[in-house]
Design a binder for this molecule. Structure first.
Ligand code: FMN
Length: 190
């Protein structure tokens, strides 16, 4: 069975470094027959600026956000994917705000089971992949740690591809060695 991969691209730059990293990853993953959907979280229509913390999702039987907008549709897709890829530029040593608009609303994908004392999620057993770049060669380790914690909390397998010294937005476009590395990563991770 071919894997279903959902890629959340969290850069507002349509031809930026993250867009190229996603394009190359996709080229690699497609050689393995993966079914891939790419959603740029920068251009979704949101009815809220992230998670409101209303807690209403925790009272539902299903794993859905009660704010009905394009992000809630993405969250449903996350629950159905085999692999979730989060691709983000490093912004102030963090994921971009565009990524966080969907990330924080992932709260609806978790429920605490009083009986087993465990957190249950449709994400359990799936794979989380972080693809990230930064101008400098510091900071991506912090980002990786954040996503590793998310994977651990979600009982997901975790992989990452980090590109430090990527320069300004769009600079990696003609970098053949990065391109090869990312295509190879796409091939081997799915
Ligand atoms: C708002 C903003 C914040 C940034 N913060 C950092 C940072 O903390 N560390 C760093 O090395 N690069 C930082 N950068 C540079 C980007 O992470 C880097 O150029 C990235 O490859 C851009 O990807 P993109 O073209 O997809 O936007 C920042 C860029 C912007 C626009």
């Amino acid at each position: 069975m071919f894997k279903k991969i959902l890629i959340l691209l969290g850069s507002p730059k349509k031809n930026g470094n993250t867009a190229y990293l996603v394009k190359w990853f996709t080229q690699g993953a497609r050689t393995k027959g993966a079914r891939i959907e790419i959603i740029n979280t920068s251009f979704l229509k949101y009815k809220s600026t992230g998670c409101n913390g209303c807690g209403a999702c925790q009272k539902l039987d299903k794993y859905e956000c009660v704010i009905k907008d394009q992000a809630s549709q993405v969250l449903k897709k996350m629950a159905l994917a085999d692999v979730v890829v989060m691709a983000t530029p490093l912004y102030f040593y963090s994921p971009s705000a565009q990524s966080k608009l969907v990330m924080d609303r992932m709260f609806c994908l978790y429920k605490y089971d009083d009986k087993t004392k465990a957190t249950v999620s449709p994400l359990n057993g799936k794979t989380l992949i972080l693809i990230a770049s930064a101008f400098e060669d510091i900071g991506l380790d912090i980002l990786k740690k954040t996503f590793a914690f998310i994977a651990d909390y979600s009982d997901m397998k975790f992989k990452s591809l980090l590109i430090p010294n990527a320069g300004d937005s769009g600079n990696i476009k003609n970098n053949l060695s990065i391109r090869k590395k990312v295509v190879a990563f796409g091939k081997k991770t799915v």
